[in-house]
Design a binder for this molecule. Structure first.
Ligand code: DC
Length: 235
């Protein structure tokens, strides 16, 4: 179903594989512009978590799509970041668990699940605008987005960043295992038939392998300027 807001509310679609820095950049762009933020991956993670909690078979796409269609969720923006609630319970850390991420990747390959989440994602496009973080924001969910960015980085660099992130959180991290996991997930996300991970034809592709967050942010802000979507807030 078409979103009546989509042509009037500016959308900045930022897609790409995991670990390319999308989360951080989307947060910064949202702060700069004062636009709302959609973390679409969280919706797939919430679907997986809700299905796990309901004890339904994750292999049954119809049943999982039903779970997706009936999710009772809330996103609360706080100064420390967005808190995510499932049926009234704060699940912000639960949805980041490795097992939930794996199951999210599995259920995200089901077309009926993607269809069930489509309108929910489009409903995030409200004034003054939206920064949409995902895999198919510029290709499927917001094909008319004003600005489309496809942010990528080599698998090795993404693994290196993940190791640093885990180590700084006091967790053990093995580079080789993480690299293998990233490659497996890339393969699944880009080879699936439902909304595979590809850059939109009109997306600006940014390879962040040798760029800092600030350099990538500058490139994105330049794109916004070209579309007269300059930030209205200080970062
Ligand atoms: O970005 P993330 O790791 O939170 O995403 C979790 C899973 O959901 C990941 O396997 C990719 C999938 N996903 C998707 O298929 N489409 C999106 N728009 C966002 C995420």
């Amino acid at each position: 179903m078409a979103n009546p807001n989509e042509n009037t509310v500016p959308v900045i679609a930022i897609d790409g594989p995991s670990g390319a820095g999308k989360g951080t950049l989307c947060r910064l762009v949202s702060q700069r512009t004062g636009y709302h933020l959609l973390d679409s991956g969280a919706l797939y993670r919430l679907t997986a978590l809700a299905a796990m909690r309901a004890g339904v078979s994750l292999g049954d796409e119809r049943v999982v799509a039903d779970v997706a269609a009936n999710l009772d969720i809330r996103f609360d923006a706080t100064p420390e970041g967005t808190r995510v609630f499932l049926s009234g319970q704060d699940v912000s850390s639960d949805i980041r668990r490795e097992e939930v991420g794996m199951n999210a990747s599995k259920v995200a390959a089901y077309q009926p699940v993607r269809a069930a989440l489509l309108d929910r994602q489009r409903a995030f496009a409200r004034t003054p605008g939206l920064v949409a973080d995902g895999r198919d924001m510029g290709t499927v969910v917001f094909p008319d987005a004003k600005v489309k960015i496809f942010l990528t980085a080599s698998a090795e660099e993404r693994a290196r960043r993940r190791v640093l992130q885990l180590e700084s959180a006091g967790q053990q991290a093995h580079f080789d295992e993480i690299l293998a996991d990233i490659r497996a997930r890339d393969g699944r996300d880009s080879k699936r038939s439902a909304a595979p991970l590809v850059a939109a034809d009109d997306a600006l592709v940014i390879d962040s392998t040798n760029l800092s967050i600030e350099q990538v942010l500058d490139l994105i802000l330049q794109q916004l300027k070209k579309q007269s979507l300059e930030g209205n807030r200080d970062a």
